[in-house]
Design a protein around this ligand. Structure first.
Ligand SMILES: *[C@@H]1O[C@H](CO)[C@@H](O)[C@H](O)[C@H]1NC(C)=O
Ligand SMILES: *[C@@H]1O[C@H](CO)[C@@H](O)[C@H](O)[C@H]1NC(C)=O
Ligand SMILES: *[C@@H]1O[C@H](CO)[C@@H](O)[C@H](O)[C@H]1NC(C)=O
Ligand SMILES: CC(=O)N[C@H]1CO[C@H](CO)[C@@H](O)[C@@H]1O
Length: 495
């Protein structure tokens, strides 16, 4: 392992409670491996993220745990594969009965006992439930401002892009309530005004940092952005200002917010005591074509367990503590919880944690990554496993989200295939998963395959599937409505 990126341990372990580190966790939506300037995109404008990458640690082999939203968010906040917490299959809807179980411990709940101020702003997507029982304020966050799910989960005609007369491409969910903006557990606006949304998020996040810094209170800000999920929108500060059309505008708007958060961290004097971590929930929604994201050199995108579905950009920035550079080590959203816990000196939850402590990651390392499909089952178990530089696919399947690419294996028409022996790729020589290794030409790979099978068996023996929250079904009365007694729903939910 390359030791040049090790956190400066004297700084970390010399901390007293008054100088607990702050955490800013930025989470983009459907942003692919190839979408940032610092990851090689030629026409994205991401000057602030590029600045973070240049002055921080940029990961080339960082993974989310699922190629769609809700499960990958569950893993990020709990450090556990989504199969344990029951956030499968697929995603949660506005009227879903289930949500992230309250006995799961989130990063916010890990930090709170140490006196942290905690806030979430943006896309929650881990359930609302009866009486808002699954909202962020029930999961360790003092405050929340945002849309509690994806913003295409509402009638498309009201999710106007910029300029407002441009029709959004594709389908949205038309028979649902319009998209609400919530503050804590209350609806502030329905339908939400997309052209003002980013400014509201940015103001809320900046105020939270200023208030916490003024009180000398350590803080954890979680900003899961609506950007760059379909349908793309952007307010006046970014609309029409990128080189890349609606997707580029949405990304630029997110980048502008990140720039303003960095300026606030600087101005309030806490920037040298703050770890800023940026990553994405899953790969690009290729079905949106040029209005979706880009997986760069990686195969397929959202919905698949190929690299493009789950390998995402990631940047860790902490001036004076994290040395600028690039790491090729394997790391994952699973590792955020144990890492933040370790940096703050917080206790780990009493549950199986799949993540590894990044302090440890930078000393030793994560060796494996498991790939569950969107609809995991105990019968099929993991679809793929990465061990060091090699990845073995036991099953492959395309996805609607990755249709429209010339590669037929990405498309929804590529039905479930079982591979025995597994389809084996060397991800360092062939990150695009184009050239399966042949066991006939390489008898030495038998030893590797045996190791992979052993690791798989050990992992499976440790995996207990939680009850599926999605299988609890839906209840139309649970969809957020600013005018709960009105009729007929959902159209009357408009204030
Ligand atoms: C939460 O409760 C469920 C149901 O009782 C249980 O199966 C699960 O293991 C619990 N999860 C944790 C993290 O304790
Ligand atoms: C952060 O540390 C750098 C380098 O030591 C220093 O130049 C800068 O003034 C510090 N910033 C703040 C806001 O304290
Ligand atoms: C995380 O790793 C570091 C370095 O190995 C170690 O000192 C620390 O105790 C670990 N933290 C936890 C919570 O395990
Ligand atoms: C379902 C819904 O709220 N539709 C609204 C979309 O926006 C137009 C005006 O922009 C309203 O007239 C509709 O009622």
């Amino acid at each position: 392992m390359d030791f040049t990126h090790i956190f400066c341990l004297t700084v970390l372990f010399g901390t007293s409670s008054s100088s607990l580190p702050n955490f800013v966790l930025l989470f983009a939506d459907d942003l692919g491996f190839g979408d940032l300037g610092s990851y090689g995109h030629p026409s994205s404008l991401t000057p602030n993220l590029d600045r973070l990458a240049a002055a921080g640690l940029r990961f080339t082999d960082f993974y989310s745990t699922c190629p769609v939203c809700s499960p990958s968010r569950a893993s990020l906040l709990t450090g556990r594969y989504q199969t344990r917490s029951g956030i499968y299959p697929g995603v949660l809807y506005p009227d879903s009965i289930g949500g992230l179980p309250l006995n799961e411990t989130t990063v916010a709940e890990v930090l709170k006992p140490l006196g942290y101020a905690t806030a979430a702003v943006g896309k929650w997507h881990l359930g609302i439930g009866a009486k808002g029982m699954f909202l962020p304020t029930k999961q360790g966050f003092d405050q929340y401002l945002g849309i509690p799910y994806a913003h295409d989960m509402g009638p498309c005609q009201n999710l106007t892009c910029f300029p407002p007369d441009v029709k959004c491409l594709g389908t949205c969910d038309v028979k649902t309530v319009t998209v609400p903006l919530m503050y804590n557990e209350d609806i502030k606006q329905q339908p939400v005004n997309f052209l003002d949304l980013e400014r509201a998020y940015s103001d809320f996040a900046n105020n939270f940092i200023m208030t916490s810094a003024k009180k000398n209170q350590p803080f954890f800000l979680y900003y899961p952005s609506q950007h760059t999920h379909y349908p793309q929108y952007a307010g006046p500060g970014a609309a029409g200002k990128s080189l890349r059309g609606p997707f580029g505008d949405a990304l630029l708007e997110l980048d502008n917010t990140i720039g303003s958060l960095l300026a606030t961290l600087e101005k309030t004097g806490v920037i040298n005591n703050t770890l800023v971590f940026f990553t994405s929930d899953n790969g690009p929604s290729l079905m949106r074509m040029s209005r979706g994201g880009n997986a760069g050199p990686l195969r397929c995108g959202k919905g698949t367990t190929y690299e493009g579905g789950m390998r995402v950009p990631a940047i860790a920035f902490w001036p004076g503590v994290i040395k600028p550079g690039v790491t090729h080590e394997i790391a994952s959203t699973l590792d955020i919880l144990p890492t933040f816990a370790s940096l703050a000196g917080a206790k780990l939850p009493q549950a199986v944690i799949d993540g590894v402590n990044i302090t440890e990651l930078l000393l030793s390392k994560r060796e494996t990554m498991m790939f569950y499909p969107v609809d995991p089952s105990e019968e099929y178990s993991i679809f793929a496993l990465r061990l060091g530089r090699y990845k073995a696919h036991f099953y492959t399947q395309g996805s609607l989200h990755s249709s429209t690419t010339p590669d037929k294996e990405c498309s929804v028409c590529a039905s479930l295939k079982f591979h025995d022996p597994p389809l084996l790729f060397d991800l360092e020589a062939d990150p695009s998963e184009h050239y399966p290794l042949s066991l006939e030409d390489r008898p030495d790979l038998q030893v590797l395959l045996q190791r992979i099978k052993k690791v798989k068996e050990q992992f499976e023996a440790s995996m207990v599937f939680g009850e599926s929250q999605m299988s609890k079904g839906k209840d139309p009365d649970l969809a957020p409505c600013c005018n709960p007694q009105c009729s007929p729903k959902p159209d009357c939910c408009h204030c």
